[in-house]
Design a protein around this ligand. Structure first.
Ligand code: PLP
Length: 365
């Protein structure tokens, strides 16, 4: 087959498909000088709430801040312990520490990559206050089990939905199941801005007020600060861009599902473990992650042939230098450890064609 160049994501291709709308939206913001918060941000918050069927959307500067703000508003104080999956992007755990809490890792599943709910209760102590399930790669975590454990032990649940916009668990959209859901609109996410942006959603009126206050210097009225907060605001350009993209999100997710189906069709007889989607969930395929016993040589071969595969994430959180103080052993988080050695993310985005998948599959033994 002739060599192709297949990027990991194709943000320019997406832009070209909606160029006129995006350009006009940017011009509108400039014309009205609504650069920070303002009507474009309010419109996006309302549209996002409507699409997710939730009462409140609180926009903020990025997805990492959304986790941090939620935890500050949930009332995390020094000494509090928060349970997070051992394999995720570091935002999930670093924000626990930033909020004053103590990170407690829990191993993930070998097949779904989400938190292993059978191991959660053994991690709960008298100081545990909450759980942050991550809907990793776009597949919802086992929310029934998580909510039951949280109820039993009186814990809050903050869903990290950064990779799972519009994914559903037994018909319910992720982010609306726990006490709050956090979202990232980093450009490469299923719904991406053209810069940094994030949001938190909740049905809890009081929590919504505390979160909104916290990210706006601790006050909702200019000059009147109820508490000390931070500055984490969505800007008007990002909000206007996100409003243009929002009506396309469901269609884009559907196209990702079609690409995942192509992968399943063309990779079926290869030396790979294909992703496993549990019943009752819509996986929105932020990433298409397979497992290979010869991962490193496969990655080299794909790249040599123009396929920009990657590894998300090469080192599970407990084994990063940032967490060496916890002295974790591989036996402590065995599945996350084994996964980190075998996972490889193949390109997936709505614009990826069947012939691209055929080309990628031809490079896999
Ligand atoms: C992207 C991501 C975040 C953080 O989002 P930013 O907007 O980059 O700060 C948090 N959690 C997970 C799982 C992510 O993938």
């Amino acid at each position: 087959m002739t060599k192709k160049i297949i990027p990991f994501v194709d943000l320019y291709g997406q832009y070209i498909s909606i160029k006129e709308e995006i350009d006009a939206a940017i011009q509108n913001v400039i014309n009205s000088s609504a650069f920070i918060r303002g009507s474009f941000v309010e419109n996006f918050e309302n549209e996002f709430s409507k699409l997710l069927g939730i009462k409140h959307t609180i926009s903020c500067g990025n997805g990492t801040d959304s986790l941090y703000i939620a935890m500050r508003a949930l009332g995390v104080i020094p000494g509090d312990e928060v349970i997070v999956p051992a394999h995720s992007w570091i935002s999930t755990s670093e924000t626990v520490t930033q909020a004053g809490g103590k990170v407690v890792f829990c191993d993930t599943n070998a097949d779904t990559f989400t938190i292993n709910t059978k191991l959660i209760e053994a991690k709960i102590s008298a100081n545990t206050v909450g759980i942050i399930p991550v809907h990793l790669y776009g597949q919802p975590a086992d929310m029934d089990e998580i909510m039951a454990i949280a109820k039993k032990h009186n814990l809050w649940v903050l869903e990290d939905c950064a990779q799972a916009h519009l994914a559903t668990y037994k018909g319910q959209k992720v982010g609306s199941i726990g006490d709050a859901g956090s979202f990232s609109f980093y450009p490469g996410k299923n719904l991406g801005a053209m810069g940094d942006a994030g949001a938190i959603i909740t049905n809890d009126d009081n929590l919504a007020t505390r979160m909104a206050m916290y990210c706006r210097h601790g006050g909702l009225t200019k000059g009147e600060h109820q508490i000390e907060g931070i500055n984490s605001r969505m800007d008007g350009l990002q909000a206007a861009i996100l409003s243009v993209k929002l009506p396309h999100l469901e269609g884009w997710n559907k196209k990702r599902i079609v690409v995942a189906d192509y992968y399943e069709k063309y990779l079926v007889n290869k030396q790979l473990a294909l992703p496993f989607t549990k019943d009752g969930r819509t996986h929105v395929w932020h990433l298409y992650v397979v497992k290979s016993k010869t991962r490193d040589s496969l990655l080299k071969k794909l790249r040599r042939n123009g396929v920009m595969a990657s590894i998300n994430y090469p080192i599970a959180l407990p084994f990063l230098p940032a967490y060496s103080y916890l002295n974790s052993t591989k036996e402590d988080f065995l599945e996350s450890y084994k996964n980190q050695l075998e996972i490889i993310s193949l390109p997936i985005y709505p614009e990826l064609l069947e012939e691209d998948v055929i080309y990628i599959a031809s490079l896999v033994d």
